[in-house]
Write a protein that binds this ligand. Sequence first.
Ligand SMILES: C[S@@+](CC[C@H](N)C(=O)[O-])C[C@H]1O[C@@H](n2cnc3c(N)ncnc32)[C@H](O)[C@@H]1O
Length: 159
Amino acid sequence: MPKLEEPKEMKEFYTDNSDSKLETSTNQQDTNDFELEATTIWSFPDRGKWATHKGDYRGNFAPQIPRNVIERYSKQGDLVLDPMVGSGTTIIEAKLTGRNSIGIDINKKPLEIAKERISQVPNTTSSSHILFLSYARNLDKINDNSIDLNHLHSSYVRD
Ligand SMILES: C[S@@+](CC[C@H](N)C(=O)[O-])C[C@H]1O[C@@H](n2cnc3c(N)ncnc32)[C@H](O)[C@@H]1O
């Protein structure tokens, strides 16, 4: 299998800081169906389908996972990082909950998917969301001590 080339620098792929509150092609399920978990043992047999979430990207989070983590460990206006952003589940949840966010992926394909899904979520809190094409360990365009919460799919982490 050909080895994926490590991007040499963080390349900005998409910035979302529109303040459009218009709902476009979002799903019908109401986010109010979400309930914060009371314990540390989580099970989501019914994957959340609100906003633009879909379970069609390999290994993507049920949206209940980033929603629980974001609600528990950050506050409105904070900056959330997902350095292996995939289809953008964490960023969609950051946008829905009024956090700012940065998403990084080494592949363009998931960034395209994430861009489409993030852009269709109404921005009710004027938050900002940036996607970068980059290797997760290359964070040189992110200011030191600026990240309030780092949330990622951990099975890929080696270094
Ligand atoms: C399991 S998916 C993440 C799914 C994501 N949590 C979601 O809900 O859609 C892992 C992602 O990490 C990316 N990836 C793997 N190694 C990476 C690396 N070293 N740097 C950046 N992204 C990486 C892959 O391209 C893939 O899109």
